[in-house]
Design a protein around this ligand. Sequence first.
Ligand SMILES: [Mn+2]
Length: 338
Amino acid sequence: MDAEKLQRLRDKYANALGGEVHDPALKKVIDLVFSDPQRRKPPYSGIPTLLDAPMQEGFEGLDVALIGVPMDLGVTNRPGARFGPRALRDIERIGPYHHELKRAPFAEMKVADVGDVPFRSRFSLEMCMQDIETYYRTIPEGVRPLSVGGDHSITYPVMRALGTDRPLGMVHIDAHCDTGGEYDYSKFHHGGPFRQAVLDGVLDPERSIQIGIRGSSEMIWEFSYDSGMTVLHIEDVTRMGTDAVVAKAREVIGDGPVYVTFDVDGLDPAYAPGTGTPEVGGLTPREAQAILRGLDGLDIIGGDVVEVAPQYDATTNTALTGGQMLFEILTAMAGRKG
Ligand SMILES: [Mn+2]
């Protein structure tokens, strides 16, 4: 480095404060995280919220509402996803800037954590399904919900509320198709929300893609194929690569509204052990991030991250990874505002 360059850098930076940044895009982010050029809020302080969003009661003025859905009465195996929203609220330092999409969603949209869906009964799965649908029907037009479960059964009543006027398209990342039928006298378990949503006319199977599928339950997912969903097993993802997966997803979804649902068990249990039905041989977080980033600009009208069960998550990596996926979906939502 020549002396002149060194002098230039010294003149510019030797006495500069941490909040002095010159790039206009980055300056926006600085304004989010610095209260003045000298002060920056410690990430471990304050009352925890989803993605460190401001708390708000109700939906007034929001573009995106972050919502906790602490309900896991639909699990077929290990319980615990009712603690998922709290586990994600405890995670710090996700965002606020997305370096790949070059966007700070909190600077471009009004986003708040509006708290949890209220439930009348902790004992009745059927009543919880009704309570979720009722709550999501109160969300005003133009406010897009981004939720944290809870087990995957919560997505069915959310879709019933969001898909009333026109059936939704779906990008579904998961180890499981979740298109199973009734068993043990229940239709509402977490292995069947997307069969029910299609049969109710709120989910368009021909505009639905399921990505990362594997594991022990293939025999109960015939409905996915019979209804015309596109199913990509994990082996397809490996063979195709994430760019081709994104291209396929965008081809299947087209221009219409799409719901993005992310079951954390779509990831390999090496990265996300804290979940009720882990399946070996899954997506890496990098693959999942590449796929979610590839959805940028689609008409994402809502989404969720489900099945984080912190009691099997000794390192908190599952919650961390789940929180990152929530941020990826939020950032993609900011690609098409309103
Ligand atoms: Mn699953």
